[in-house]
Design a protein around this ligand. Structure first.
Ligand code: NAD
Length: 263
């Protein structure tokens, strides 16, 4: 008898989460998409189902702990035990200074990005523990490794990286692995909007990477699928950058005010 494999993806209606849902479906998982964007979520579930996998959309605000718990219960009842959780639901802000922060937006961002990740991990991991099996992949960012002028989002990603490590240790004895993927800039709707508004220059952004290539959502999805797979059976508690060399290139290129052969 073949066991059904089920993956739950928060933020699976758009961008990286949508690509991760498609990639995991290609790897043989049935997919539960958890998002507030019903249009995108239904469309992605339909696209995945069209390729022969069971895929369902579940509306949920991940910043609401009770709602996340209810959805986890419902998904397991309707689709079966969830073996893989990907937490990609998040709000992505624009640049601002610490002193001029929009505080209601700051509070909302922490609730969605950090608390939402925490609640999702808690609700699904509690169900994985008695089965002694599971893999969780959180969405980090290059933000957790560098101070960037996004004063709610940036420390939030540091917190997610640390949460990932805490969970990796707590859940390791139950054979549940917890890792994080840290993308650089990826062309998903939030970045597309900033480029359209003239707030981001893709030429300049490309120039601060080591590679002349920016990751696509599918590149991030490949890394997520790897960390979720048995090929990563010995990997837990890590943050895997998928950054076209951004983390290496930024300090290198600013050394001594800029190295001459890089000008
Ligand atoms: N795109 C990038 O440049 C980039 C870079 C580094 C990290 N990331 C991370 O990747 C993840 C996905 O980002 P993306 O670029 O695909 O963004 P996106 O906006 O395309 O997708 C985010 C999804 O989260 C959903 N969401 C937002 N608030 C929610 C809530 N309260 N409850 C449920 N769902 C909610 C949105 O509806 C959307 O479908 C995020 O964690 C983001 O921080 C993105």
């Amino acid at each position: 008898m073949t066991t059904r494999k089920v993956a739950a993806v928060t933020g699976g209606a758009s961008g990286i989460g949508a690509a991760a849902a498609q990639r995991l479906a290609a790897d043989g998982y049935d997919i539960a998409i958890i998002d507030m964007n019903a249009q995108g979520g239904e469309a992605n579930a339909k696209a995945i189902a069209g390729r022969g996998r069971n895929a369902k959309f579940y509306t949920c605000d991940v910043s609401d702990a009770k709602a996340v718990e209810t959805i986890a219960e419902t998904i397991e009842k309707e689709m079966g035990p969830v073996g893989v959780l990907v937490t990609a639901a998040a709000l992505i802000p624009n640049t601002e200074s610490v002193l001029d922060m929009d505080m209601p937006a700051h509070d909302r961002m922490w609730k969605v990005n950090y608390n939402g990740t925490l609640y999702s991990c808690q609700s699904f991991a509690r169900r994985m523990v008695p089965r002694a099996k599971g893999a969780i992949v959180t969405l980090g960012s290059i933000n957790s490794r560098m101070p960037l002028p996004l004063p709610a989002y940036n420390p939030g990603k540091v917190a997610i990286e640390r949460l990932t490590q805490l969970l990796a240790v707590e859940l390791g004895r139950h054979s549940i692995r917890v890792n994080s993927v840290a993308p650089t800039y990826v062309m998903t709707p939030p970045l597309r909007q900033k480029v359209a508004d003239g707030q981001r220059d893709m030429g300049k952004i490309m120039g601060v990477h080591a590679l002349p290539y920016l990751p696509e959502p599918t590149d991030i999805a490949d890394a997520i699928a790897f960390l979720a797979s048995d090929q990563a059976r010995a990997i837990t508690g890590i943050l895997l950058p998928v950054d076209s060399g951004w983390l290496s290139a930024v300090p290198y290129r600013t050394y001594a005010g800029g190295v001459p052969w890089e000008e």
